[in-house]
Design a protein around this ligand. Structure first.
Ligand SMILES: N[C@@H](CCC(=O)N[C@@H](CS)C(=O)NCC(=O)O)C(=O)O
Length: 238
C-alpha cells in the first residue's frame, strides 16, 4: 500500500466529448475545480490505436486517468466507474459518496454505480454501436430492438422508481452515483430513450452544476457517427 498516504501531484484525463470520459471529467471538476489536465483523444481518427496510446490502454478506449503521485510514479486507471468511485472515496471530505463503512446507504450507492455503469451501460453500448458505429454488413436490427426493449422495460422503471422518491439518484443529496447515472440518462436521451418529464427534470437539476456544464463544454465537437473513410472503422472491434 505504498500510495496510501501519498499525495497526488496531478491528474491527466484522456477524453473525448460526450463519451464515458465525461463521467470522470465531471467528478474531477466537482473535486478539483479546473486543476487537472485534459488530453483529447481523436477516436474517429484512430488515435486510440496508436502504439503510444495502447501502452497506456490496451483496451484502446477513453477514459484513461493518469494519477501522478508525489514520488514521481504514474498510475493509470482504465475504467470510468472505478475512477469516479475512487475519486469520491479518496476525497471523502467532499462527501460525494457514502463512507465505505456506512452500511445500507453505501450498499445502495454501490448498487446504483454498477447498475448504471455496467448493466444499463451494456445496453446503451449495443444500441449505440448497432445504430452508429458498425457498418451496414454488421449492424443488426434484432440486437438493436432487443436492447432498446430491455432498456425501456427493465431499466427505465427502476431509474424512475428512484427519481420519483428523491431529487437525486441515491437520495436527496447529489453523489458520485449521479455522475454515472446522469451520464447514462443523457446518453439514453440521445437515442430516444428516457423520455418524460421526470427524466428531463433530473437532467435540468444536474445541469445546474458548473462541474457538469464544464464537462460538456466541448459537446458541439462530438461526432455521433464516423464517416465511412475514418480510421476507427478499420480497427473497431467492439
Ligand atoms: N468500460 C470502459 C469502456 C470505455 C469505452 O468503451 N470507451 C469508448 C468511448 S465511450 C471508446 O473509447 N471506444 C473507442 C474504441 O473502442 O475504439 C469504461 O467505462 O471506461
Amino acid at each position: 500500500m505504498k500510495h496510501a498516504t501519498m499525495k497526488v501531484k496531478k491528474f491527466v484525463l484522456h477524453h473525448y466529448p460526450a463519451t464515458r470520459s465525461v463521467r470522470v471529467r465531471w467528478m474531477l471538476h466537482e473535486i478539483l475545480g479546473d486543476d487537472f489536465e485534459v488530453k483529447r483523444v481523436e477516436l474517429y481518427e484512430g488515435a486510440q490505436y496508436e502504439a503510444g496510446y495502447l501502452v497506456l490502454n490496451p483496451n484502446h478506449s477513453v477514459p484513461v486517468l493518469e494519477i501522478h503521485w508525489e514520488d514521481g510514479s504514474i498510475q493509470h486507471m482504465l475504467e470510468s466507474v472505478a475512477m469516479v468511485e475512487w475519486l469520491a472515496d479518496h476525497y471523502s471530505e467532499r462527501e460525494l459518496c457514502p463512507h465505505p463503512g456506512s452500511g445500507a446507504r453505501r450498499a445502495d450507492y454501490m448498487q446504483i454505480m454498477y447498475f448504471a455503469g455496467a448493466w444499463l451501460d451494456m445496453m446503451l453500448w449495443q444500441i449505440r454501436i448497432h445504430t452508429h458505429i458498425l457498418g451496414e454488413d454488421e449492424a443488426d436490427q434484432k440486437t438493436l430492438d432487443r436492447y432498446r426493449g430491455k432498456f425501456i422495460d427493465d431499466g427505465e422503471p427502476q431509474i424512475l422508481a428512484r427519481l420519483n422518491k428523491h431529487e437525486y439518484i441515491l437520495d436527496d443529496q447529489f453523489s458520485a452515483a449521479d455522475c454515472i447515472m446522469g451520464h447514462i440518462v443523457f446518453w439514453a436521451k440521445a437515442y430516444g430513450l428516457c423520455q418524460g418529464e421526470r427524466f428531463d427534470a433530473y437532467l435540468a437539476t444536474l445541469m445546474q452544476r458548473d462541474s457538469l456544464a464544464k464537462s460538456l463544454d466541448d459537446l458541439a465537437t462530438f461526432q455521433i457517427a464516423p464517416e465511412k473513410n475514418q480510421p476507427i472503422i478499420e480497427h473497431f472491434n467492439g
